[in-house]
Each structure stands twice: as structure tokens, then as C-alpha cells.
Ligand binder design. Structure first.
Ligand SMILES: Cc1ncc(COP(=O)(O)O)c(C=O)c1O
Length: 393
């Protein structure tokens, strides 16, 4: 019997739930893209994005998803034949590395220890071995949406510094921006990549790249293989029309403006705390369900667990069957497992989420586990509530 009535909840790790306010802000006819309010609105977006990412460097807004933003970033600083070191901790840094390879880079991958985050000491060791300093860039994600790993970017920066290596540090924050703290300039990140559809609560379609002076200098020295991605014309203040190299993504810009206002109203610290709190609830539920059974958190190191997404291993429980049951019968869509070698599913807890949305999701999963006859320890929702109470104190 299906109980999927009422508002269906999308608990996948992006695209995330779009607030009604953002949808309403987007619901408007096309406007003049050459003059009028859209111009000021567009310019107002840049300082706000830079504040969230923590940079006074350049910001570029592209009509693109995350893959487009990856491509844009690489096109400006990587030339064919350059060596790139990819710090693997899930599926996404390797995906970015594949894109670098498609641009002619020599890509080497340093694997993180199994089910853990990137080990900064291993990064330092590898970079010290690169005596010729052939490696031009190090690619890493702050949060890997497949594994649920959070990487300590400040520690990785310290590893580059300890090795005295000049490679650019390039960080994908697509599943992290607007969910967890990030300080591009303070941490010495050279290039940051992000996108609209997760913590920024806006539909997919806007890709963001931030570059510091060191990265801009590399661009100036190397050229850029694509005029569309090129930072230099987009950095010109007079070239508004060139910002988007064509028609501006009007409705997305109105939506993003509203989302940024919502983040400012709440305050970044409060946004991070909310994410910390709901994530603590999800983890507590999963650990409780797993007592004496096959369910477990994918990430072994508690310090490396992301606050925007949780990846759950289910052992011999058929995670896809559970997911389908929850979607068809219980009104909640869970994320598929990505890149795991065993049964897995993911819960997204990023962006426009609050305790009832997350506790409701956990309760539905618990109901689904019961209805499908899976072996688990009931009481996860109670454990989640207690963890959220403790975290929010
Ligand atoms: C960390 C991370 N990087 C990159 C991407 C790719 O972004 P997109 O699917 O928008 O191309 C994703 C998508 O989920 C992601 O989570």
C-alpha cells in the first residue's frame, strides 16, 4: 500500500530542495538583458558569492553545471602536457581528473586510504618526490558527494607548503558551498569551483569559478583554449555583455539572488550550524540502525564525515530495493549509491533542510527497513533526535 501522498521529499544530494521563495523569484517573464534591474542584480551576486567562499579574488559565473565549471577552471590554468595530481577520496576528484586528461594533461591519482579522507601526509610525501616540480595543479574536492567524505583543505594546503611545492591548489566545493565553512584566501586555495544546485538552493545551471592572483597569472602566461571559459574578458569591468557571452540566465539570476538573501538573513554561521545539527542526526540514526547488523556509515573516520551528505552501506540489504520502496510507497527519494562496491544509498542534507525534513526522511527509511524486512535496530529516529539536541546546544 502506497502512502506517497502529500509533498514528496527529494533527499538526494543535489539537486537539492529549492525554496518556494527562490521558485517565486524565478517565476517572471523575460526581462531586458542589456539595461535595467538585471544589470545591478547580476553585479550584486558577485560580492555575495565571494563572501561565502571567502575570497577577494576574481569570481566567474557561467551558464553551466558542475562539469562545465570543472572544464572552465581547467581550461584557464592547465595546458596540454601539464601534470596534474588528483587527490581521490570518492568519485568526483577522479571525474575532474578525467576532464583534465581530456584536455591533454598527464593525470596521476593519489588514492585516499579506503573509506577515509585524503591524507595530507601522503600528499606532502608525493609532492616532495616531485623534485622537478612537474606537477602544475593538485585537484581535490572539499566534500565528495559519492563517498560522503569531507576533506581538510587547510591541512592539504599545509602539505603543499611543507613540501615547498608551487602547484596550484584547486578545490571543488560543489557539495560544500553554503553547507560547511570554507576560507579560500585564508587557506591559500588558488582556484575554487562550485555550482548553484546544492547548498545554494538554486536550480542546476550556474557554475562558479573563483581564482586568486596566482591562478590569474598562470592564465595570463598560458592562454586559454576556450574563449567561452576564458577568465580575462570576463574579468573586464566594462564588458558586462561578455559576462555571459550571450543571453544571461535571467531566471536563474533572480533565483540565486533570492537564495543568497536567504543565506544572508540566516547568517553563514547559523547555516553551518544547521547543517552540522541535521548531519549529526543522520549519522546517529545510521549508527543506531547498524547495531549488530549490516548497516554502517561509509566514512570510517568521524572527523572526515561530511555535513551535507551521508553515504550508508547496507551490506546484504538490497539498498536499491529499499530506495525504490521509500520512493514509491513512502514519499521520499533517497540518493543512489555511487562508486561503492557494496550495497549503498545516500541521504542529502544540504541547502534548504530543517529537522522535520531530515527526521521525516529518517523515519521513512526506518519504516521502509521495517516493511521490507531488513535486519536493523529500530530506534534510529530517537537517536537522531538526541544527537541533534546535543549538537544544537
Ligand atoms: C562534488 C561534486 N563535484 C562535481 C559534480 C558534478 O556537477 P554536475 O553534476 O552539476 O555537473 C558533483 C555533482 O553531484 C559533485 O557532487
Amino acid at each position: 500500500m502506497s502512502f506517497d501522498r502529500g509533498r514528496h521529499f527529494l533527499a538526494i544530494p543535489g539537486p537539492s530542495v529549492i525554496p518556494d521563495e527562490v521558485l517565486r523569484a524565478m517565476h517572471r517573464p523575460a526581462v531586458n538583458i542589456y539595461e535595467g534591474p538585471l544589470i545591478d542584480l547580476t553585479h550584486s551576486i558577485y560580492p555575495d558569492l565571494k563572501r561565502i567562499v571567502g575570497t577577494e579574488g576574481e569570481a566567474f559565473v557561467y551558464i553551466a553545471n558542475g562539469h562545465g565549471a570543472w572544464d572552465a577552471a581547467l581550461s584557464n590554468v592547465i595546458s596540454a602536457g601539464d601534470s596534474v595530481l588528483v587527490l581521490e577520496s570518492g568519485s568526483f576528484a577522479p571525474g575532474w581528473g578525467e576532464m583534465a586528461a581530456s584536455q591533454g594533461a598527464n593525470v596521476e591519482t593519489l588514492q585516499a586510504p579506503t573509506r577515509r579522507g585524503v591524507d595530507p601526509a601522503a600528499v606532502e610525501t608525493r609532492l616532495r618526490e616531485d623534485r622537478e616540480q612537474a606537477i602544475k595543479a593538485v585537484l581535490v574536492v572539499q566534500i565528495d558527494t559519492a563517498s560522503g567524505v569531507w576533506n581538510d583543505i587547510a591541512a592539504i594546503r599545509r602539505a603543499l607548503d611543507a613540501a615547498g611545492h608551487p602547484a596550484l591548489l584547486m578545490v571543488d566545493c560543489i557539495a560544500a558551498t553554503g553547507c560547511v565553512p570554507y576560507a579560500m584566501d585564508d587557506w591559500g586555495v588558488d582556484v575554487t569551483v562550485s555550482a548553484s544546485q546544492k547548498g545554494l538552493m538554486t536550480p542546476p545551471g550556474l557554475g562558479f569559478v573563483f581564482a586568486n592572483e596566482k591562478a590569474m597569472a598562470v592564465r595570463r602566461a598560458n592562454g586559454c583554449r576556450s574563449l567561452y571559459w576564458d577568465w580575462l574578458p570576463r574579468a573586464e569591468p566594462d564588458h558586462y555583455y561578455k559576462l555571459f557571452f550571450g543571453t544571461a540566465p535571467v531566471q536563474h539570476l533572480f533565483g540565486l539572488r533570492r537564495a543568497l538573501d536567504m543565506i544572508a538573513d540566516e547568517g553563514l554561521e547559523a547555516v553551518f550550524r544547521r547543517h552540522r545539527t541535521v548531519a549529526a542526526g543522520v549519522r546517529a540514526a545510521v549508527e543506531h540502525w547498524g547495531r549488530g547488523g549490516p548497516i554502517e556509515l561509509n566514512v570510517l573516520d568521524p572527523a572526515a564525515r561530511a555535513n551535507s551528505v551521508t553515504t550508508i552501506l547496507t551490506g546484504d540489504i538490497d539498498a536499491d530495493a529499499l530506495r525504490r520502496h521509500c520512493e514509491a510507497e513512502l514519499g521520499v527519494t533517497l540518493g543512489i549509491g555511487l562508486g561503492q562496491t557494496v550495497n549503498a544509498f545516500r541521504i542529502g542534507h544540504m541547502g534548504h533542510v530543517n529537522p522535520p525534513m531530515i527526521l521525516g526522511t529518517l523515519a521513512a527509511v526506518e519504516l521502509g527497513l521495517t516493511q521490507t524486512g531488513a535486519p536493523f535496530t529500530p530506534g534510529g529516529v530517537e537517536a537522531a533526535t538526541a544527537a541533534m539536541a546535543a549538537e544544537s546546544n
